[in-house]
Ligand binder design. Structure first.
Ligand code: PA5
Length: 448
């Protein structure tokens, strides 16, 4: 039994059953290719059965190392970008206290992030904080050569060594990278850092359920076994269930492609809880990098409601009709606040007396869904009973499996990202990186 539920009720008036049937055969072939490793990008399908086959010794080792670090430090700095950053942040922010930076008596280190931008002020501000705090760093890069995290790590390594001395610094740095290749791997071996491996056959944006996501999540105090358990549960369901109606990943993949074919070229992932903001960011990378290629692909956008109902709401309701929405809806909150009675009722809110904030939020969600459907925006709804490690594990695997299927429906390789290299080449040329002399000459002429 899975906890995640996909509801297409508010999308059905936008398509006919027989349109789904037309795509169904291709979906089945896509699924076979995914499971038999016979489709495009077949060397990067290690994530498909990773949760059910997860190495118990590796979990134990990560838990022990995470506990050691958590005991010693107030802050863990995660250095990484893209798939080497977003998954961990998505899970941690979904589960941690909403105001974790101000939370007193926190049981686990505060997690901060660097290496996903090139802001000098951001780095300098971080160093200013780290000067006065006990901290450790985990540097994550599959290639081991990505400029943004490498740059941030050079500065952090320098700081940590000056603060604690080279020998003690070693114990405060963990590297997560390729088994054999890349400058980070070589540096980690030379310096003797604790190292965890990103499997060869798992690409960055599919790597949250490897040490890339699991180690920082464990240091933040969350149960990585439950996360894997939830994912394994969804893995079994996605693989074994062939009925479209009963397999949410298959249904999600097919419906979003149908909308794309009908000119709905933008999908908006909607959340009604600020803690889900980074789930949306993670999803945007997963779907954007997997599908946006060869002049094709649904553009993945995200909104946080109610906040964005007062900024993007107008466009969604009445702007160009090239949108569909997918809502992540959470049934129960962890904490309860009921609306109190007020004898003056100056704000006119007594009609909500005794209702909880979550009840009101759910009415806002339903009201918005119906309004958007009336405005021509189809709506898919993913429901989880509550946010915890198990349900997030299910959600992550659901989105990954559906993304693989969806990429195959679109006839692209959902596991590469050739387009990301373009800006890197230009940047290296502009910065004068050795080996890029010809490009430097060319680009200099373009910007004169
Ligand atoms: O999905 C991907 O492969 C990318 O988004 C990478 O995760 C990102 O570019 C970071 O790469 P690396 O882990 O090699 O530093």
């Amino acid at each position: 039994m899975i906890n995640l539920h996909l509801d297409v009720k508010h999308a059905e008036s936008f398509f006919e059953e027989k349109e789904l049937d037309k795509l169904h055969h291709k979906l089945k072939t896509g699924k076979e290719n995914l499971l038999n490793k016979t489709g495009k990008g077949k060397d990067f399908l290690g994530w498909v059965d990773l949760p059910s086959k997860f190495d118990r010794n590796l979990i134990q080792s990560m838990k022990t190392e995470a506990a050691r670090i958590a005991e010693e430090v107030e802050i863990l700095v995660v250095v990484g970008i893209g798939g080497s950053y977003l998954g961990a942040r998505a899970v941690i922010e979904a589960l941690q206290h909403s105001f974790s930076t101000l939370q007193e008596n926190r049981k686990s280190p505060l997690i901060l992030y660097v290496g996903q931008n090139i802001s000098e002020d951001y780095l300098a501000d971080l160093i200013e904080i780290l000067d006065k705090k006990e901290y450790a760093a985990v540097v994550i890069s599959k290639s081991g050569t990505t400029t943004e995290p490498a740059l941030a790590f050079r500065i952090l390594k320098n700081h940590i060594e000056q603060k604690y001395g080279k020998d003690k610094a070693r114990k405060r740095i963990v590297a997560i990278t390729d088994a054999k290749h890349g400058s980070l791997k070589h540096l980690a071996v030379k310096e003797g850092y604790t190292t965890y491996v990103i499997p060869d056959d798992v690409g960055g944006r599919y790597s949250v359920l490897t040490p890339v996501g699991l180690f920082p999540i464990a240091v933040a105090g969350f149960d990585i076994e439950k996360l894997i358990e939830g994912a394994a549960n969804m893995e079994k369901h996605c693989i074994e269930t062939n009925s479209l109606q009963k397999n949410p990943a298959m249904m999600y993949a097919i419906v979003r492609n149908l909308f794309y074919q009908k000119g709905k070229k933008i999908e908006i992932l909607v959340n009604y809880l600020p803690s889900l903001y980074y789930i949306t960011e993670w999803w945007k990378q997963l779907y954007g990098e997997s599908e946006g290629k060869e002049g094709k692909g649904i553009f993945p956008a995200g909104v946080s409601f109610s906040t964005d109902l007062h900024s993007m709401g107008q466009y969604i309701q009445e702007g160009e009709r090239h949108l569909f929405e997918t809502v992540i809806s959470i049934e129960r909150s962890h904490k309860k606040i009921s609306i109190p009675y007020d004898s003056d009722d100056q704000d006119g809110l007594n009609y909500l007396h005794k209702k909880t904030i979550t009840e009101v939020n759910h009415k806002a969600e339903m009201a918005t869904t119906l309004a958007h459907v009336d405005g021509g925006v189809p709506n898919l709804k993913i429901t989880l009973p509550e946010l915890n490690e198990t349900t997030l594990g299910e959600l992550i695997y659901f989105f990954e499996f559906a993304c693989g299927l969806s990429g195959y429906l679109l006839d692209v390789n959902p596991f590469d990202q050739p387009g990301v290299e373009e800006y890197k080449r230009n940047m290296f040329a502009l910065l004068g990186k050795p080996g890029f002399e010809k490009e430097t000459e060319k680009i200099t002429k373009r910007i004169k």
